[in-house]
Design a protein around this ligand. Structure first.
Ligand code: G4P
Length: 529
């Protein structure tokens, strides 16, 4: 394919994910985004906890039982002149390391905040992850159809808690029962809100110009209030700055209601206009691969097992970094040094799998995997580099795993190591005893692992509590000091599934004492594959 044709495809793409605290409205926004992307006819088909209808992205039986998303699905849709890839991220109590890793595979993020609640802890955590790559963030203040907090106070909170500057693009006119719409500060126009339109795409009801008398005619006293407020807002907040946005230093902010399907399209306009096209990626050789580089490359950020009980296979999710995927092409798997011909890569449309004929940088394709692909694997057209920046994240909860039948220790270890290669959980073997400790980022993963150990490895395992609060991978430039540390801190050291040395701390206080006591040792929250 010609260079200019590839560049054209790259220029169209925007690949993003949503970060939010549970219940802020991620699922509802996803649904409205798909409505605007004309991927679903009528909103309400993605999720309906109460109606018993399930999100199209709920694949596993376990998810259905619990009404939550275990899997990360990928959705592609056209919007304006762009082609948007939305990578869904498990969000409820039972989110997982995949949620974090997915954020390393996107070029921008949408942060959804419940306007009545403001910044909540999961959002803080997820923002930390986006900081690893300084990912550009767009903000959506949701639930304006309810009484929300003072908008200026919300922006202040984002700025101070999340340490990112806010540039309001739209500004709300009232909220709750008195929500009238928003004023777009850049376009100088008011877009009026109408209730009861949540399930369809609305024609925008626009009044041009803040000083337009029509505004007074339509919203009465709110018009003058708005003018006064905007004067204040323009003085008190930052103007949008594209460079700062792209550097992850400033976030454009939109207000609206996902349920009422108002404002989601304004946000999408901003996304296609400003969010980066597929970004270059760094490699271990410190070289950078641009999306428009002609030869194919990509990396695996997630492995999904048993998405469909009818196909008991695993699918590796690959983000294409450069070049073009064509059905039947040969790829070089750098870690194994093998060439593989791929003729059945998948695209995902919220659970529907389709075979893909061609795909471009920014797109996600699924590769069938019989255990030969690992998270972090790089595929190229033959080159030997490896993409960096697809880490393991330190687990946040831990349990000791024990066999019902002690004779199956070998299968248990094998199963756990394989499951940890898929990124479902991590496994730690303490240096000082024969325990096996499972660590996860989300609590549901513990159940997933027991379930899969039983069905795939025929091992019955149970959990016990264990006195571990957090883990850090440890390294030290000085071999001698590392040995000394290994001796002195043996009680708190373990090897992970890939045999990397890990400090497992019973409390956060213990961890901070250890970092003070051993200043030469580096404690890492992430580990590169
Ligand atoms: P999540 O994926 O971030 O967890 O949030 P989700 O979209 O499931 O939304 C959580 C709850 O908030 C849902 O209500 C949803 O209907 C509601 N919600 C989302 N956006 C808005 C909004 O703009 N305004 C209002 N008023 N509510 C909103 P639920 O009763 O918990 O669930 P459901 O039975 O309605 O699905």
């Amino acid at each position: 394919m010609s260079q200019s044709a590839l560049a054209k495809e790259v220029a169209k793409r925007r690949t993003f994910a949503i970060i939010s605290h549970p219940d802020a409205g991620k699922t509802t926004i996803t649904e409205k985004v798909l409505l605007h992307g004309q991927r679903i006819q009528k909103a309400g088909t993605v999720k309906g906890k109460k109606s018993g209808q399930h999100a199209k992205s709920d694949w596993m039986e376990m998810e259905k039982e619990r009404g939550i998303s275990v899997t990360t699905s990928v959705m592609q849709f056209p919007y304006a002149n762009a082609l948007v890839n939305l990578l869904d991220t498990p969000g409820h109590e039972d989110f997982s390391e995949d949620t974090y890793r997915t954020l390393t595979a996107v070029d921008s993020c949408l942060m959804v905040i419940d306007g009545a609640k403001g910044v909540e802890d999961r959002t803080i955590k997820l923002m930390e992850v986006t900081r690893l790559r300084d990912t550009p963030i767009i903000t959506f203040m949701n639930k304006l159809d309810r009484d929300i907090r003072d908008p200026l106070e919300l922006l202040d909170e984002v700025e101070s808690v999340l340490n990112i500057m806010c540039a309001p693009i739209t500004w709300p006119i009232g909220s709750g029962k008195n929500f009238k719409g928003v004023y777009n500060l850049i376009d100088d126009e008011v877009i009026l809100y109408k209730t009861g339109q949540g399930h369809r795409i609305q024609e925008r009801d626009v009044i041009k110009g803040l000083n337009n008398p029509e505004l007074d005619a339509r919203i009465g006293d709110y018009a003058q209030d708005l003018r006064d407020q905007i004067e204040l807002v323009q003085g008190a907040s930052n103007a949008f700055d594209l460079e700062m946005f792209l550097a992850g230093e400033l976030t454009p902010v939109y207000f609206g209601t996902a349920l009422g399907n108002f404002g989601v399209d304004h946000m999408l306009d901003g996304l296609v206009q400003w969010a980066p096209t597929p970004l270059p990626r760094e490699t271990d050789g410190a070289t950078v691969v641009a999306a428009t580089a002609p030869s194919f490359s990509g990396f695996v950020f997630k492995i999904q097992a048993n998405m469909d009980p009818k196909h008991r296979d695993r699918v590796a999710f690959m983000r294409i970094v450069s070049g073009k995927y064509e059905k039947g092409m040969k790829m070089h798997q750098v870690r194994t040094g093998k060439d593989v011909r791929i003729s059945d890569a998948l695209t995902f449309l919220a659970g529907d799998r389709e075979q893909v004929e061609e795909a471009y940088p920014g797109d996600i394709i699924g590769l069938h995997n019989h255990g030969t692909i690992q998270i972090g694997d790089t595929f190229t057209a033959g080159e030997k580099f490896k993409f960096s920046g697809i880490p393991n994240f330190a687990p946040e909860m831990f349990r000791r795993i024990r066999l019902k039948d002690p004779l199956k220790q070998k299968q248990l270890l094998k199963g756990l190591v394989q499951l940890s290669e898929e990124g479902a959980v991590q496994v730690f073997r303490p240096l000082s005893n024969n325990d096996l400790i499972v660590g996860a980022v989300g609590v549901l993963q513990f159940d997933v692992v027991v379930h899969r150990l039983k069905s795939e490895y025929n091992v019955d395992a149970i959990y016990e509590s264990v006195n571990v609060a957090t883990a850090r991978w440890v390294t030290c430039k000085d071999e001698r000091k590392l040995d000394e540390f290994r001796r002195k801190a043996e009680q708190n050291l373990a090897l992970d599934g890939g045999d990397s040395l890990t400090y497992i701390a019973p409390t956060m206080v213990n961890l901070s004492l250890a970092t003070e006591r051993y200043p030469d040792i580096e404690f890492h929250q992430t580990r590169e594959h």
